[in-house]
Write a protein that binds this ligand. Structure first.
Ligand code: SF4
Length: 325
């Protein structure tokens, strides 16, 4: 029997109902996530990319069950966790940890870094103080922090070091999946590279998987194995990173990639500037949600929603241009 993937998300939706007037009449819904499906294997990094407001952070929080999905399913190692109660979720929480964008906000400013990590270990059953201290020291070493920093408060670290503390905290309970919600976006570029390399080293050592949320495609190209491109709550293209960066098919992916600076001045990339703003998820355009900005829009794009089609092995696209493939 084949083993199920570590994470299997199927047709996930998160709609926020809108109410109007004193009587709270139903006035539609914000479709933050609208039918998202993907899997993550052991030791794999899947990136979710797209502009702000495309729903990628909502996917991350819904997968973690920090917010409740409207419909769809989330399976961890084959076990459906979509509707589990608080107590039933506890063992699964240990297997999934999240690292947020702002490490300062994620840490208690009045708690020493070592105690922040020790607290998680205690909650997850490590009752002996000496065991916790040993594990904290081991984690500090793993993430490249000095033993004498264990007693530091968050403000005594640099931004990159604080994110290392958050990564150590996420690793403390030996999770199988770490969700990084823009984990390097708030850091200086030089520090970003250090933290990305640290995450990749930890994956090599521990076999941990990542769901990596980002808008910086250069970072995504470096860290991920597969990439899902999101637009207005949907995945519009999904492929392994080499295919996606070499042969993007969806006009939105093509526009995102065209906007990435190329470090080699001899390489010229056709500039393709996206016109207009992302439409409101309260009233998404009919047909293809990208049609209001698409340089290749056709008449049918304004009425028909494109289905997701497989254009090559492991490469899917939701666009009418590929419907005969
Ligand atoms: Fe553009 Fe039409 Fe494809 Fe949408 S379906 S991305 S509007 S060509």
């Amino acid at each position: 029997m084949t083993r199920p993937p570590l994470l299997d998300v199927t047709d996930l939706t998160k709609h926020y109902p809108l109410k109007r007037g004193l009587l709270g009449r139903n006035a539609g819904a914000v479709k933050a996530v609208d039918g998202v499906s993907f899997t993550i294997g052991d030791g794999e990094t899947v990136a979710l990319v797209g502009e702000s407001g495309c729903g990628k952070s909502t996917v991350a929080r819904t997968v973690m069950r920090l917010i409740e999905p409207t419909s769809g399913s989330i399976k961890l190692e084959g076990r459906d966790i979509t509707r589990l109660g608080k107590a039933e979720m506890r063992p699964f929480r240990r297997q999934m940890q999240i690292v947020f964008q702002d490490p300062f906000a994620a840490l208690n400013p009045r708690m020493r870094a070592g105690d922040s990590i020790g607290e998680i270990l205690f909650v997850h059953g490590m009752r002996k103080r000496r065991d916790r201290d040993e594990r904290v020291a081991e984690l500090f070493q793993q993430v490249g922090l000095q033993p004498d920093q264990i007693k530091n408060f968050p403000h005594q670290f640099s931004g990159g070091q604080r994110q290392r503390v958050c990564i150590a905290r996420a690793l403390s309970v030996r999770p199988k999946l770490i969700i990084g919600d823009e984990p390097v976006s708030a850091l200086d570029v030089s520090i970003q590279a250090q933290v990305i390399n640290l995450l990749m080293d930890l994956q090599q050592q521990n076999g941990v998987s990542y769901l990596f949320i980002a808008h910086d495609l250069a970072v995504v190209e470096h860290i991920s194995h597969r990439v899902a491109v999101m637009y207005l709550g949907r995945i519009v293209e999904f492929a392994d990173k080499h295919t996606l960066f070499a042969d993007p098919r969806h006009p939105y992916t093509q526009a995102l990639l065209a906007a990435v600076p190329v470090p080699d001045p001899t390489v010229k990339r056709a500039r393709q500037v996206l016109q207009g703003d992302v439409p409101s998820p309260i009233k998404p355009p009919p047909g293809c949600p990208f049609h209001t900005r698409c340089p290749r829009v056709m008449d049918r794009c304004k009425v028909d929603v494109p289905k997701t089609r497989t254009v090559a092995d492991g490469h899917t696209v939701a666009c009418h241009l590929y419907e005969t493939t």
